[in-house]
Design a protein around this ligand. Structure first.
Ligand code: HEC
Ligand code: HEC
Length: 158
């Protein structure tokens, strides 16, 4: 009897709260479908465009974010797609290499800091190569995954 009184007292309150809600959309929220996308276990280049985006979200971001933040937490505080892909990421353009990244002059890298070069060579390049399941660039494997996958290069003068 007491319980019933309680329910009937509160029920209109709850209803009113729902009616008064300024954003009816919140009552029909559905879970984001992307959260359930299952990626096929194939190399990155076998994925279609949507799967590539999903792969970047599920695999690349969690693996790479700490590597950037450990190197410079301040500079990479808002690490995101645009850190690697540049402004294009905002409009859905993810072409690599990204000309907004520092241009590398393989013949003379002296303008860069040694610790930055080591961080790239020992952390970023190998981790990214592994993620996209490609062998790393070496002189014997010039088609391998190298710095030029992300950075554009200054063409060496002839
Ligand atoms: C750590 C750097 C990095 C970050 C961060 C990153 N990407 Fe990428 N992304 C790459 C690289 C490198 C490639 C090229 C891989 C290849 O082709 O082997 C790529 C490729 C892509 C491609 C395929 C492009 C094509 O030509 O088919 C898409 C789409 C993409 N990224 C979307 C995203 C999205 C969306 C995010 C954020 C959720 C993101 N990326 C974050 C490095 C990054
Ligand atoms: C997965 C993509 C990716 C690969 C592969 C990669 N880099 Fe980078 N690199 C970046 C990003 C992103 C930054 C940060 C750019 C920024 O926001 O300043 C960066 C920064 C750098 C910087 C610091 C530049 C500066 O003055 O701040 C150097 C130097 C550099 N990379 C060299 C290299 C070299 C050399 C290689 C190959 C051994 C390489 N990178 C491979 C994405 C990449």
């Amino acid at each position: 009897m007491k319980l019933f009184a309680c329910v009937s007292y509160f029920a209109p309150l709850v209803l009113c709260a729902a009616c008064g809600s300024k954003s009816p959309a919140t009552t029909t929220t559905t879970p984001t479908p992307t959260a359930t996308v299952v990626l096929p276990d194939v190399a990155f280049d076998k994925l279609d465009h949507d799967q590539r985006i999903e792969f970047m979200k599920q695999k690349v971001m969690p693996a790479m974010e700490p590597l950037f933040k450990q190197h410079d937490a301040k500079m990479f505080a808002d690490f995101g797609c645009k850190t690697c892909h540049g402004k294009g990421a905002e409009t859905g353009h993810f072409d690599m290499p990204n000309a907004e990244l520092p241009k590398l002059d393989i013949a003379d890298m002296s303008k860069f800091k040694k610790e930055d070069l080591e961080w790239m060579a020992k952390d970023i390049k190998p981790t990214m190569a592994k993620l996209v399941q490609q062998a790393e660039w070496t002189p014997d494997n010039p088609k391998g995954f190298g710095c030029a996958e992300c950075h554009t290069l200054v063409q060496p003068p002839k």
